[in-house]
Design a protein around this ligand. Structure first.
Ligand SMILES: [Zn+2]
Length: 416
């Protein structure tokens, strides 16, 4: 098992050495002994601080290929007239190219995990395995958009596969209440419960979705999830912009999690999630970027800062201190997806950012977490570690030039 010592790293207000053994943080708070340094890779971290990385709770990775393709219109028009027709042309290889671009962008902006809802999951899994990050990869179900054969193939895939690797898990992802029939949604719930999968869906994203759901089922989308038996510790809902007080109580009492995606909601005019009310209700709330065609990047730092500011403007300045905003973009998402990571703590998986304290946006260092949340950008990130391994060193990711070139060529072909 490999060992690594992060030497002279700034952590919680002091400079110390941190030991990573294999995939985990072995010693963080305790002093290291001579034996700890034996046969370990010693990484000089003078002038660097260690911070938890980001965990992106909701995205559609390969949609990086659609970045900037269709903008400035409401959700339904955007989906039906532009996104879905473009996506119909995507081949499995294109998905791999788009996923690699997404992972490159995420690593460079400090993200080591993403929950992905998309098509041709095998290709995204390959990209995750190659590039060293973590993911919960969705087996996406949307019977209103798919042939019955494709829907059946998704359920078969869930039966035949389990944990893809120690960094990749599968999750059942019915797209939304408006693209999945009640019968198929209930089947997804049943599979997730029986096989202990995470169940992830878009929920209460727009006022139209809530209105249509009430018309069709006589209840809100969250109440419908309750009726289907979907709510619980394995349920993670994206967006949650239009939740009623009762919806929040149902989600909080069932230990369901919400992933807010404020950039995407603002850009598609879907509304602003009532984050402070969600937090007050006791819900577990994390952050995600959504896909790159509605954001238009996968930058969790930007999403974290926006989440924090939106929460304050709708409640008070004291609401959501910087440290809590950081948790929403890191450990809360890891908890929602059952990944034992998201903080620099002994025994947790060794995922970390090493940020440059000499970066102008981290100067002066009155309060590192405050600087990180409110002031910094990605230029401060020097190295990224996932599972005890470097996935970015000195701001370089292996193969990044080829990933960019391939993505540009593929996107150009698809847009023709
Ligand atoms: Zn989405």
């Amino acid at each position: 098992m490999g060992k690594m010592v992060l030497k002279s790293v700034y952590f919680n207000g002091s400079v110390r050495d941190i030991l990573i053994s294999g995939k985990k943080f072995a010693k963080v708070e305790r002093p290291l002994t001579a034996a700890d340094y034996n046969n370990a890779e010693i990484v000089d971290c003078s002038g660097l601080a260690i911070l938890p990385p980001f965990y992106n709770g909701h995205t559609h990775a390969a949609m990086t290929l659609l970045r900037g393709y269709a903008d400035d219109m409401p959700l339904q028009q955007w989906l039906t007239q532009h996104i879905w027709p473009f996506e119909a042309k995507l081949t499995p290889k294109d998905i791999r190219v788009g996923s690699r671009l997404a992972i490159l962008e995420m690593i460079k902006s400090g993200t080591v995990f993403f929950a992905d809802m998309y098509w041709h999951r095998e290709e995204t899994i390959k990209a995750v395995k190659e590039m060293g990050v973590r993911a919960a990869i969705g087996v996406t179900v949307a019977d209103a958009l798919q042939t019955p054969e494709l829907t059946e193939a998704s359920f078969k895939f869930l039966q035949e596969h389990r944990m893809e690797s120690d960094r990749v898990s599968l999750a059942v992802m019915p797209h939304a209440v408006y693209t999945v029939s009640d019968k198929t949604f209930k089947r997804c719930v049943e599979v997730a419960r029986k096989e202990e999968y995470i169940l992830h869906t878009h929920l209460a994203e727009t006022a139209t979705e809530v209105k249509d759901c009430k018309k069709k089922y006589g209840c809100t989308p969250v109440e419908l999830m309750d009726k289907f038996g979907a709510l619980g510790g394995n349920f993670v809902a994206a967006h949650c912009v239009h939740l009623s007080g009762n919806d929040m109580t149902l989600m909080a009492e069932s230990c369901s999690a919400a992933i807010v995606n404020p950039c995407s909601n603002l850009k598609l005019c879907s509304g602003i999630p009532k984050i402070h009310k969600m937090l007050e209700s006791g819900m577990l709330v994390g952050v995600g970027t959504d896909g790159a065609s509605s954001n238009n990047n996968l930058d969790m730092h930007e999403e974290m800062k926006l989440t924090s500011l939106l929460t304050k403007v709708s409640s008070s300045a004291e609401k959501l201190p910087a440290a809590d905003a950081l948790k929403m973009a890191s450990s809360n998402v890891a908890i929602a997806y059952g990944v034992p990571a998201g903080a620099i703590v002994e025994g947790l998986l060794a995922d970390a950012l090493l940020v440059d304290l000499r970066n102008e946006r981290l100067t002066p260092n009155h309060n590192l977490v405050s600087n990180w949340v409110y002031s910094a950008d990605n230029s401060a990130i020097k190295h990224v570690i996932c599972n005890g391994q470097f996935v970015m060193r000195d701001r370089h990711v292996d193969g990044e030039e080829d990933i960019m070139k391939e993505a540009e060529l593929t996107a150009r072909r698809l847009a023709q």
